[in-house]
Design a binder for this molecule. Structure first.
Ligand code: HXC
Length: 519
């Protein structure tokens, strides 16, 4: 073959590889409202930035006549490209080739880009759309999964790992996304479960649909497995690009600051009027977040799960921050098992990748009851406590209203190495709320009162006394647990100035193999 022939051969081979499992299967993919592996990569990366690896890899299986069915790239497109000019490594499973199932070579391709990402210190993005282990390959495929899992584990906390689920993801295959930092599921077309509806039926007798067992809605509301439910694949891909903006390339870098048009010293009069006079009345903590952060932009994670706590990313004078905030408009912002786990994971995510944490506190305490105790609130609450106490990133806390009991300590208190702790004048920092305290301190005296009126009068008297003494920020400020009581309207610039001073913060934990946090 002459040189021109050889060049043409290359071009032809590339064209064949780009067709994956063939036009019919591509049409079938499109007819289900799903994009192909390559279309997804194209949407994800900056125009023309994709460099593909291993396009000519094929499987090596000789069983079940598979040697006669070879597809270039073997069901997964891998390589690197850029997002807003920053390098990322990506794999995207191609459902048109053996249903995107994972063979030995398919796994090797994924491992190769994971290794490369670790070498250069760049994020890994996995787009999952796969029927699981390539059945014809048996144990080779299982070993391939385990190779990926091991790399997910080694990469954890070193480079950001983001998983999109845009199709099936079942059986042991779910554990690769589960080991990554963020899971995004597209609505309707994706599902994740360890065992599907058929096995569930035969083992437990339960009849359940795929969507109800492992759809995006279930995982973004009930299980908390998915951080985001995207209405479409396009939205899912936009979310990946957005997330990358808030994260550094790796754990040795800081997140990149961008130019910010929003004045750092913007005063917000509305904040002086946002807290209801009655401290048992709810308000939406997100209104406060939007007024504080740059351009009212807040990327909320786990929006539909454990809504009593809010977590997500925003920027303050162009610098990314993670925000953790109690939500008084849902279950009064109480800390329960799910909220503790959700926030703990987020705090550790931020800490691993040098994202400073802003904590906004309005928490009446931990949720009481046998459900919570039997479910292990002790251990799960300790996760959040541990995460805050272990975190060495800059931590700024603003107590907006309630901060009671153990929950006060947990929510980035001074003693958990909170760097700068502010409170609004509306803050109530105490061991417990007035009602509970009065019952314990004055319950016998109140019970002994002759009439209901007398009981009520006593209760009101003691409650007023308790509130005067404790339902304020000054008791805590008196001891230096609160650094300053600030006017709500000044929160943005006080917090920004606090983070500015912490830009050079250095804090370390004692050397150890690893902690033994209460998992
Ligand atoms: C080989 C597979 C495959 C697989 C699908 N295909 N899954 N080939 N191994 N695991 C092929 C089909 O033969 C078909 O080939 C094409 O992909 C599309 O599949 P369809 O069934 O036509 O598509 P659809 O109706 O959309 O159904 C998709 C599906 C179904 C729900 C994923 O294919 C399915 O149930 N597959 C098997 C899932 C499974 O049990 N996997 C193993 C799980 S155990 P043609 O040639 O017709 O296009 C596992 C263990 C991992 O994964 C352990 C890790 C530790």
């Amino acid at each position: 073959m002459d040189i021109q022939g050889k060049i043409k051969q290359l071009i032809d081979k590339r064209e064949i590889a780009r067709q994956g499992g063939g036009l019919k299967r591509i049409e079938s993919q499109h007819s289900k409202g799903r994009f192909t592996a390559r279309e997804r990569i194209e949407m994800l990366l900056d125009d023309g930035s994709f460099e593909e690896y291993d396009m000519f890899v094929t499987h090596r299986s000789h069983d079940f006549g598979l040697e006669n069915e070879l597809y270039l790239a073997d069901g997964v497109v891998t390589g690197h490209g850029t997002i807003d000019g920053r390098i990322v490594y990506v794999y995207s499973q191609d459902f048109t080739v053996f249903g995107g199932s994972l063979s030995e070579t398919h796994a090797k391709k994924i491992c190769k880009i994971m290794d490369q990402a670790m070498k250069v210190g760049a994020p890994i993005i996995g787009i999952n759309d796969s029927g699981g282990a390539r059945i014809q390959e048996g144990v080779q495929s299982l070993s391939g999964y385990a190779e990926i899992f091991q790399r997910n584990i080694m990469a954890s906390g070193v480079v950001p790992q983001i998983s999109a689920i845009f199709g099936p993801c079942a059986g042991g295959a779910v554990y690769s996304p589960a080991l990554t930092d963020v899971i995004i599921m597209s609505d309707k077309n994706s599902y994740m479960f360890v065992t599907g509806p058929k096995v569930t039926k035969s083992v437990t007798g339960e009849t359940i649909t795929t969507e109800n067992l492992g759809g995006a809605t279930v995982h973004s509301t009930k299980s908390g497995v998915a951080h985001f439910k995207a209405e479409s694949e396009e939205e899912g891909i936009m979310l990946i690009r957005k997330l990358i903006e808030y994260l550094p390339q790796n754990n040795l870098e800081d997140p990149k600051a961008t130019v910010c048009g929003d004045p750092y010293d913007r005063r917000e009069e509305a904040l002086n009027h946002i807290i209801p006079e009655n401290s048992n009345q709810a308000y939406d903590m997100k209104d406060i977040i939007y007024l504080i952060v740059d351009n009212a932009e807040f990327l909320e994670m786990h929006r539909h799960y454990a809504k009593n706590i809010i977590v997500g990313f925003a920027k303050l004078e162009g610098r990314p921050v993670g925000i953790v905030a109690n939500q008084p408009s849902f279950l009064a912002g109480v800390l329960d098992i799910e909220a503790s786990k959700k926030a703990a994971r987020f705090v550790r995510f931020c800490d691993a990748f040098n994202v400073p944490i802003l904590t906004l506190v309005d928490v009446p305490g931990f949720l009481p009851g046998s459900n919570q105790e039997y479910g292990g609130i002790i251990i799960h609450g300790a996760k959040l406590l541990f995460a805050y106490g272990e975190a060495t990133v800059p931590k700024v806390t603003v107590t907006i209203r309630k901060s009671y009991g153990g929950a006060h300590d947990v929510m980035s208190s001074k003693q958990l190495r909170g760097d700068i702790n502010y409170a609004w004048p509306t803050a109530e920092i105490a061991v417990m709320g007035a009602k509970g305290a009065i019952e314990i301190l004055n319950g016998k005296e109140i019970a002994a009162a002759q009439t209901e009126e007398e009981k009520m009068a006593l209760m009101q008297k003691y409650e007023a006394e308790y509130n005067d003494k404790f339902a304020n920020p000054y008791e805590a400020a008196k001891f230096g647990f609160i650094d300053d009581v600030i006017e709500p309207r000044n929160t943005r610039f006080r917090v920004i100035r606090a983070f500015r001073t912490l830009l050079t913060k250095k804090d370390v934990n004692p050397p150890k193999k690893h902690s033994n946090m209460p998992l």
